[in-house]
Write a new protein. Structure first.
Length: 133
């Protein structure tokens, strides 16, 4: 059962939670700019493929709600971009690969190196060299 008697949403699938996510990502983005950042990169992390003992962590839609919030904020904030790690891992065939994600969530050390060399490093350098809007 959910408790909607307070401002705290107890379900991450509730529209109020989605609005709160966007608000928090927007605030963090603006804080980074106020601190002197010239660009903000949000990383869309891969959706876990393992089962957790905490049922809320097993809800794919919950992770996708975070992804949506990140993308929405990046689209509405100048000099804010999204690194689509989830899409890259899925497209490369590594999202469900136990050699890449032994526990279904975290990258192995070797996978993290390959991801940095094959995708994230080159992507990040290209993004850093791209002129600011």
């Amino acid at each position: 059962a959910s408790d909607w008697s307070s401002d705290v949403c107890s379900s991450d699938l509730d529209p109020r939670f989605a609005a709160r996510l966007r608000s928090q990502y927007r605030a963090a983005t603006r804080t980074a700019f106020e601190a002197g950042a010239s660009r903000v990169v949000w990383v869309v992390a891969p959706v876990p493929t393992s089962d957790f003992s905490t049922p809320d962590l097993n809800v794919r839609a919950s992770h996708l709600a975070v992804h949506d919030a990140i993308r929405d904020v990046a689209a509405s904030e100048a000099a804010t971009v999204v690194a689509e790690m989830d899409d890259w891992l899925t497209g490369a065939g590594f999202a469900d690969d136990p050699d890449w994600r032994p526990d279904g969530t975290h990258l192995s050390e070797q996978a993290a190196r390959r991801l940095a060399e094959e995708w994230f490093g080159p992507w990040l350098i290209a993004e850093a060299l791209r002129p600011l809007p």
